[in-house]
Design a protein around this ligand. Sequence first.
Ligand code: WTA
Length: 650
Amino acid sequence: MSVNVHPVKPEWKAKGLIDNDTYLAWYKRSVEDPEGFWAEHGKRIDWIKPFSSVKNTNFNTPGVSIKWFEDGTLNVSANCIDRHLATRGDQVAILWEGDDPSEDRKITYRELSEQVNRLSNVMKANGVKKGDRVTIYMPMIPEAAYTMLACTRIGAIHSIVFGGFSPDALAGRIEDCGSDFVVTADEGLRGGKKVPLKANTDKAIEIAEKAGAKVRNVLVVRRTGGAVAMKDGRDIWYHEAMDAASADCPPAEMSAEDPLFILYTSGSTGKPKGVMHTTGGYLVYASMTHQYVFDYQDNEVYWCTADVGWVTGHSYIVYGPLANGATTLMFEGVPNYPSPSRFWDVVDKHDVSIFYTAPTAIRALMGAGDEHVTKTSRKSLRVLGSVGEPINPEAWEWYYKVVGEERCPIVDTWWQTETGGILITPLPGATDLKPGSATRPFFGVQPQLVDNDGNVLVGATEGNLCITDSWPGQMRTVYGDHERFEQTYFSTYHGKYFTGDGCRRDDDGYYWITGRVDDVINVSGHRMGTAEVESALVAHAKVSEAAVVGYPHDLKGQGIYCYVTLMEGEEPSDALRKELVAHVRSEIGPIASPDKIQFAPGLPKTRSGKIMRRILRKIAEDDFGALGDTSTLADPTVVDDLIDNRQNKK
Ligand code: WTA
C-alpha cells in the first residue's frame, strides 16, 4: 500500500507549541522518568494541597490499582472557572450555537461562574451531597456543562447518559449507579426535530423504580417550552430554582483520587459498564492533551462537534478546554441541518481556529458534494482533528484538501472512554502525517503489540494493542465492580492494559488502528456491544435466538447485521423485520438500529454450543469463499442456508 506522507510544514512548526525535537525529548523523559515528568506537568492545574506522591500504579491481577497525585487535593470547577476570573473574566468560555442558525449564546467565564455557583447551591439545597451520583440526560445546551461543573464543585459524581438513548437504557444506568437525582430538559432539539427528554426520563424512572431504584428529584431545564408533566414534590423547574439560589458556593476540597464521573460504555459482554474516572490525574491529562494535541493557543475558538454524552464531550468540550481557559464552542445541532454547509457556516460565523469531528461526519459531508464546503471561507481554520473510528485515507485527503485547503494539519486522535484522554496522535508542529494513521504515542503512553498468545511483537508488525504502563487519565475501576475491571482490561494479557483494538505498526514506528478485535462494533463512531443488541432482540416475544456482527458500511464505518432465529410457528416477513428494528430502537435507542436482519433457521454453533461469529462475520461481509473450517460445527448444513439468504449480496 502506498502512503501519501504529508511532512510538517514550516509554518506549522513555527506556530506549534511542540516541534519534533521537543516531542522526542519529552517523550523519552516521560517514559524513562514518569515520576519526574508528571510531577512537573501535574503543576499545570491548581492544587489546594499540592501532591507529594506522583504515581502509584499496579497492572497485575489481582490487585490492579491506579493512583496518581494521590495526596493532593483540588477542585475541578475551580480549575475550569475560578482561576481564570482575574485574567479572563470577560472572555467567552462557552460559545453556544443552537440547532437553529439564528440562535446563539456567548457565556463569559464570569457568567459561567455565576451559573455554576447558583446551580451548585440548587443541588445542595435539594440534598445532593459529596459522593452522590447525579444522572444528566440533556441536550447540547450550556446548562449541560453547568451541571457537570456544579457536580464537580460540590463533589457529586455525574453520570451523563446520551440524549439519544431510550428510557430503558437510561433506567439501567440510573439503577446501576444508584443515582437519586436526575437533570434533564423538557425537550431536546436536533436537526429541527424534538426529542422528548422529560417524557423519556419519566418512563425511565418508572422502570428503574420497579427494579428498586429511588429518584428523589428531577431538575428540568426549559429548552423548547413544550408541554411536560411535572410531578409534585419530585420535579423542579431549573429556572425557578436558579432565580432563588445564591451565586456563591465555595468549591469543595476533593482528593485527587475522589471519583469525578461515571460514563457507561459498551463492552464485548454483558451490560454497559460504568467507567469511573477520578479527579486529579484526569484533569491534568485532559488539559494537557487538549493544549498540545490541538495546539491550543490563547484567544482561539476551539470546536469539538461531539455530544457531552460521550467521553469526547467530557474531555474535549468541557474539562480540557475550560481548564485551559479556552473558548469552547458547543453545538446543539447536526452536520446537515439546515444544509450540508452548516459546519463551515458555523466556522465562519464564529472564526473557529480548531475543529474536531468524527470520520462518519466527514464521509457524509464528502458525499454531499464539495460545493457545500467551497462556498464558505474557512480561513480561520488552523488545525483539524478526527476521532472515534479509523479514518479512511480518501476521507482524510478530502478533509485535508477540500476543508483545510492544505493549510491545516489533521490530528487523527486514537483513544477510548477508558483512557480519559488521547493516547496516540500527531502533534501539529511535530509530526509528519500519514493519512489513516494515528501516528505516535502521546507523552507517557507506551503502546505494545502482542499476538493472541501474548507474545510481544517488535518492529513493523500487526497485533493486539496493549499499553504497558499507566498514564494519569486512565480509568480507575468499573463502578461497583472492580473485578470486572481487572477481568476486562488486565487479564487477557497479564499485567498489561488491553485496549480491545487491533493495530499495525509500520517501519517508522507509526501506529495504524485497524478496529476492534472483540465483539464491540463502531457504528458512526458510537460504540456498541453486539451482546447488547442481541439481548434486545431476544427480549422480543417472537425471537428465540439472535447473533449480531458488524460489517463494513460506507458511511457509518460499520453497520449492524443481525441473524435472527424465530420462535417455533413464527413466519419471517418484512413487517416483522420492521417490528424488530423498532423494538431494538426502543430498547436501546436509534443509534442501535439494525441495518440488516437475516432470518436464520439455525446459527452455526460448535458442538459445545458456542456461536461461531467468524463465520457470521464473513457471510455478513459477503465473503463466504473464505469461511475456513466448518467441519467442527454441530450442523454444517446451516451455513448453506445462511449463505443463500445473505442480505449483503454484491
Ligand atoms: C475507536 C472514543 C481508530 C477504537 C474516544 C476505540 C478509533 C474506540 C479512533 C473507543 C481513531 C477511537 N482511529 N479508531 N482515531 N478513535 N477509535 O470509547 O476502536 O467511544 O477502541 O471513545 O473507538 O470508543 P469510545
